[in-house]
Design a protein around this ligand. Structure first.
Ligand SMILES: [Zn+2]
Length: 255
């Protein structure tokens, strides 16, 4: 749990590929303007102290995919969230969303194991004081399988992965693409480019981040990197909504 995980092997690559094409549930996006959602996974305290503060300074809210098994722990992302962070985020209007409790890899687990883990996660978040319903889910490592997509589809409005992309026209609500705010200078530049491209080609772009700190992990970014991406979002003219509110706006406009 405390070491970085690198998914690998031909079997998981194969599962990842077929998962994109099977067990889809397509939504229509008929957007006359771009929508951006900023999310955090797992999540470390720096996603609150640096991340939420930067979003709030612009009047925006984010989505926090929480793994309650990390509460009170220190991982490679730094000190992880606790009950105070949940309360602070919830009272400021951010969305708290679901991940698996112990960061279980969904592609290597049965639907029953995944459901046990996310129900455990929801119970733990409620015990920490969470009030809002959990509307959104993200697959740890972005990994899933067709049977998992089907099993989770009735429980959440959206299920998010980590494959980069912008949703235009049609999208699979069971496997939303997302662009990382990570990967050092090259990765941050890709995130900035993705946001800037929205001005010409509107769509729904979901970002995901982890730690936001001076010496970030490979899956994190510095506070300055984070601001660069937020500046690019601002310049694009996109409406910024958390994942739950973006999904509501998109399905309302398509109805
Ligand atoms: Zn995660």
């Amino acid at each position: 749990m405390n070491s970085p995980y690198v998914p690998g092997g031909w079997q998981s690559r194969f599962t990842r590929q077929i998962s994109r094409f099977l067990a889809r549930d397509e939504i229509e996006l008929d957007l006359d303007h771009a929508i951006v959602s900023v999310s955090f996974d797992d999540f470390p305290k720096s996603a609150v102290t640096a991340g939420a503060e930067a979003l709030e300074a612009r009047g925006w809210t984010g989505t926090y995919y929480a793994s309650a098994g990390y509460v009170g722990q220190t991982t490679h992302h730094g000190e992880m969230f606790d009950a105070d962070d949940l309360h602070r985020l919830e009272s400021a209007g951010h969305e708290i969303a679901c991940h698996t409790w112990e960061h279980l890899d969904c592609a290597k687990s049965s639907p029953e194991e995944v459901i046990t883990s996310l129900e455990h996660n929801e119970r733990a978040l409620r015990e920490l004081g969470l009030k809002q319903p959990l509307s959104s889910f993200a697959y740890p490592y972005g990994e899933t399988a067709p049977g998992i997509k089907t099993a989770l589809a009735s429980r959440f409005q959206t299920l998010r992965g980590v494959r980069p992309g912008v949703m235009r026209g049609r999208a699979d609500r069971n496997l939303l693409p997302a662009v990382g705010i990570d990967g050092g200078e090259a990765g941050i530049q890709r995130a900035v480019d993705a946001a800037e491209a929205l001005a010409q080609h509107p769509g729904w772009l979901v970002f995901y981040a982890h730690d936001v700190q001076a010496n970030p992990t490979e899956w994190g970014c510095t506070p300055e990197d984070f601001e660069r991406v937020l500046d690019a979002i601002d310049r694009s003219g996109a409406q910024v909504l958390n994942v739950r509110d973006a999904y509501a706006a998109i399905t309302r406009s398509a109805a």
